[in-house]
Design a protein around this ligand. Structure first.
Ligand code: SAH
Length: 233
């Protein structure tokens, strides 16, 4: 069964966005994954098709109404056991480990917030898993959902040309990746490190590992405390 994403949004025209191009787009054409959108506004019942209301307790902005959003979620998740995610800056920061777990499943249902966010009762009542893509505030959940899906789709079986390359990326080994070089041999007076053109594969692997460890120590020492999601071979 191929991976299926259902996106609940007020802006369905933002999808599939960049995921319609390049490797993800080709994989979609081949049927390796699919995306459908649900327009939250279709689940309003008043004649003005109201999706938001002022925040209880006062304050700026508007809040997505729980009744409307819950109807959209119930419609999308009928007879469906895919995880229900809410893109949210208050969520658990997204990691490659969570991306891999989600990619191993049947798919995802993703709610995109707007305005100040969504009514807390629908988060609790529909058991939404809040996912953050970083410590900054976007204007809506749509670009966050596209980023989450990008990370998932690229590791689905058969999507990337060379399946092995996915295992050597930053984070997969618990380390940042080593630097890359390609021809020309000398560019603006800068040379490719000699070891990489030595043909000695064991020495190259050792050098790359050392570079990765050094970079990680310098830039992201926090990663060294975490267990790797997948060991380098
Ligand atoms: N008032 C909220 C921010 C709302 S931003 C707060 O301060 O926490 C509007 C919507 O954009 C959110 O409901 C969420 O769906 C999305 N969004 C914004 N930043 C995000 C982030 N870093 N990660 C995931 N989703 C985000």
């Amino acid at each position: 069964m191929s991976f299926r994403a259902t996106i609940l949004t007020l802006y369905p025209e933002m999808f599939p966005g960049h995921l319609g191009s390049s490797l993800a787009g080709k994989a979609m054409e081949r049927g390796q994954w699919s995306l459908d959108t649900v327009q939250i506004r279709d689940f309003t019942t008043d004649k003005h098709r109201t999706v938001d209301d002022t925040p209880a307790g006062g304050g700026a902005g508007m809040v997505l109404k729980p009744d409307v959003l819950a109807r959209a979620i119930d419609h999308a998740s009928e007879n469906d056991h895919r995880p229900r995610l809410l893109m949210s800056p208050r969520g658990k920061p997204l990691t490659q480990k969570r991306v891999r777990e989600l990619a191993d499943g049947d798919g995802v249902i993703i709610v995109c917030g707007r305005f100040e966010g969504v009514d807390q009762r629908v988060i609790d009542g529909r058991d939404l898993e809040e996912v953050s893509i970083g410590d900054y505030i976007l204007s809506g959940g749509e670009p966050a959902a596209l980023i989450l899906l990008d990370a998932i789709v690229r590791i689905l079986p058969g999507v990337m040309g060379n399946d092995l390359s996915g295992l050597h990326e930053s984070f997969e080994s618990g380390l940042l990746e080593h630097p890359h070089y390609t021809r020309p041999q000398i560019w603006e007076g800068r040379e490719i490190p000699a070891i990489l053109t030595s043909g000695n594969h064991a020495a190259i692997a050792k050098w790359q590992r050392e570079q990765a460890e050094q970079l990680t120590r310098e830039r992201r020492p926090d990663l060294l405390d975490e267990p790797p999601t997948k060991q380098l071979r």
